[in-house]
Design a protein around this ligand. Sequence first.
Ligand code: URA
Length: 452
Amino acid sequence: MLTQEIIRRKRDGQTLNRQMLDLVMRGIADGSIGDAQIGAFAMAVYLNGMNRDEAVALTESIRDSGQVMRWDDLDLAGPVLDKHSTGGVGDLVSLVLGPWVAACGGHVPMVSGRGLGHTGGTLDKLESIPGYDVTPSDETFRRLVKDVGVAIIGQTGSLAPADKRLYGVRDVTATVESIPLIVASILGKKLACGLETLVMDVKVGSGAFMPTEEASRELAEAIVAIGCGAGTKTSVLLTDMNQPLADCAGNSLEVFEALRLLRGDGRNEERGEGRNSRLYRVTRPLAAEMLLQSGIASDTEDAEARLDRALDSGEALERFSRMVHGLGGPADLAERPEDHLATAPITIDLDADRAGCISAIDTRSLGLGVVELGGGRRNAGDAIDHRVGLSHIAALGQRVEPGQPLLRIHAAERADAEAVTQRLRRAFTLSETDDVAIPPLVHATLREGQSA
Ligand code: URA
């Protein structure tokens, strides 16, 4: 069948079957279909949508457009599972969760991405660690997934290659915001990793990828239906991004934070740090959902008990250290992070200019502040400065007095810090009264056939 006939069908509101979608995705992957037809295909889907069977078929076609990982020959002792997030600010969940779940008996082949827009990327964070190789050989990746239980690496060219071109064309043809295209893009890549279980973290709020809570929920429902339809047990936690998840954002700052949590060192829980932090209180239910859905744990209490043991015993930290060392990083990173992780030469506190209670945070704007400091990219391929970012970010509901810091800026030059202060200050809304409604950290859990 000719590509233009497949596009015509979709343009006219008819459905496409797996064979047709395979033809288009294969043609995109091998270069035989040009950008004009890719753009027309994406626009036809954008305008007419897809029913569930079509979206499942598109996901499978993207998954199968390149290498699909297999794990059955490795005789693994536990299930193959992963977590993926729609992206946030101060969202370092993956750095903690991957080793934590590995310490509970899971095998986590985590293929992660770089920062996108205002959101940080797990790979950029890991590259703050000197020597850490995000593109190891297949053999090293598989060995670490088997022996350590976790390896976090970057996407290879052979994994879901149709998505790379399709996403690039969508980006410049106003066709990114289509639920079936988004879901097939996210899940096509993830399912190519050969997962039995996937837990998605779909963010809600001022720093989320989707613009409204309704849109986040619609995306979440589609992810559950399409992931399960494509044969991977998929559930979603809708989690809050109305403020940065950690109280810091920036690449090496977030690696420091991950180590603090994994080490369980005595941060002040009264002040909402350590195990009372938002980061911990989102990472733990995500990890528990993975243990539950994969059958490692029999119920939520069992999952939480296993997670507590893995953290308290130091096993989760140990897995993180073995992964880092196995991928070329220093063997003593966990013991001496300050010897290895670079820090910014300039730190400046951004103080509140009046008293008030923090009633809203424009999280997206804080993320863009990190990008402007050099912690993210203005253009694809730009080098980034791993040292820069924000820390001590004040929380929603916190009262500040004039002269008290809203956050601390970590910059390469004083001028860089001064250039972002207006944007960062405007990101905080202060109210006179203290009765600020704090959104829940986990808005909902969605599983096949049920929502909570
Ligand atoms: N992330 C992806 O990988 N794909 C999309 O389409 C949107 C976000």
